[in-house]
Write a protein that binds this ligand. Structure first.
Ligand code: NAX
Length: 326
């Protein structure tokens, strides 16, 4: 049998991980012939709860799960891992200002960046899920100067999958038939779900659906506000779908996307007027472990306006956090 892939997962006691860890252990990430080992990271006060999750993992008797380690030390968690899913972050509590939220998370991702730099293999793939995901990924990268920036990404895949589901339903096709969809920008209500290049069975989607008003006034805001709609309905934020998106993102990245476009929060190289180094949702394809950015798309005036708006928000977050870290 093959050697296990080692995966660090932070926020292990939280609700996303209550779905994510079991799916990884079941083989949904790397397939049924690849054993996995989990390094579970959470805060000192959550260690007991993590041990409960480990008992349940044991009780599943997953044949692929080779071992599980539990720690509150990011240095131990990131040692020798092939991938890391950074799900844990500080949620907004009652009365907390946006500034306090940014600064609490900046501290977390600064510490984890230093630990990543000191301990992880340079080829490890790191996906930031915890919010504010784009800016947390930015801080992580800034705090890990010797770790390749392109091996850090932030998650916008849940928004991509949400848009894909809505578009398939509207077009009356299977979700798998939708291609070349892009979600640009911040994982926040300013995100831009863009159907301009999208196709259904190879045919342009804006011709198949042919309803510009629906696209602008229903689809785009619906995708942007889907997270709030789920909180409203469930009294808890999306968890199983977030875990699923994290698996989709990491699997495509490590095993390849088979030529399909995916949306990923990547460190900008300056394309589309996105400032260099900013973590921003953009289109890409992947082949086993490497990302190819799609950088030559022709952007129309509406796209320009929508991209500029979400990028402006990211720049504002970055500048606020830079000031806090200085
Ligand atoms: P929970 O509050 O259920 O769990 C978070 C866990 O993280 C807790 O166990 C907590 O102790 C732990 N944690 C906090 N600080 C930590 C640290 N410094 N090191 C290690 N662990 C730490 O949240 P959950 O619903 O699981 O969501 C986790 C994060 O994902 C949140 O920030 C949430 O906003 C974010 N999301 C991001 C999404 C995206 O698309 N990028 C979508 C889903 C989700 O909203």
């Amino acid at each position: 049998t093959k050697a296990p892939l080692r995966i660090a997962v932070s926020g292990a006691a939280g609700q996303i991980c209550y779905s994510l860890l079991f799916r990884i252990a079941a083989g949904d990430l790397f397939g049924a012939d690849r054993p996995v080992a989990l390094h579970l990271l959470d805060l000192p006060q959550a260690q007991n709860a993590v041990r409960g999750v480990v008992m349940e993992l044991e009780d599943c008797a997953f044949p692929l799960l080779s071992d599980v380690a539990v720690t509150d030390d990011p240095n131990a968690a990131f040692r020798d891992v092939d991938a890391a899913l950074l799900v844990g972050s500080r949620p907004r509590s009652k009365g907390m200002e946006r500034r306090d939220l940014l600064s609490a998370n900046a501290e977390i991702f600064k510490t984890q960046g230093a630990a990543l730099d000191a301990n992880a293999k340079r080829e490890a793939k790191v996906l930031v899920v915890g919010n504010p995901a784009n800016t947390n990924a930015f801080i992580l990268a800034e705090s890990a100067p010797n770790f390749p920036r392109d091996n850090i990404a932030s998650m916008i895949r849940l928004d991509h999958n949400r848009a894909q589901g809505q578009l398939a339903a509207k077009a009356g096709v299977g979700v798998g038939e939708i291609e070349k969809l892009v979600v640009w920008g911040n994982h926040s209500p300013t995100m831009f779900a863009d159907w301009t290049f999208a196709t259904a069975n190879g045919r342009p989607l804006n011709e198949t659906i042919s309803d510009e008003a629906w696209y602008r006034e229903t689809l785009i805001p619906k995708v942007a506000q889907r997270g709030s709609a789920i909180i409203e309905a469930r009294d808890a934020s999306s968890a199983a779908s977030a875990a699923n998106a994290a698996i989709d993102h990491l699997r495509d990245w490590m095993l390849g996307s088979d030529g399909r476009w995916v949306s990923m929060g990547l460190s900008s190289i300056g394309a589309y007027g996105i400032p260099e180094g900013l973590y921003c949702g953009v289109p890409a394809t992947c082949t086993a472990g490497s990302i190819e950015r799609i950088e030559d798309l022709k952007i129309d005036e509406f796209q320009r306006r929508m991209i500029d708006r979400t990028v402006a928000e990211l720049v504002e977050e970055r500048d606020a956090v830079r000031a806090l870290l200085a």
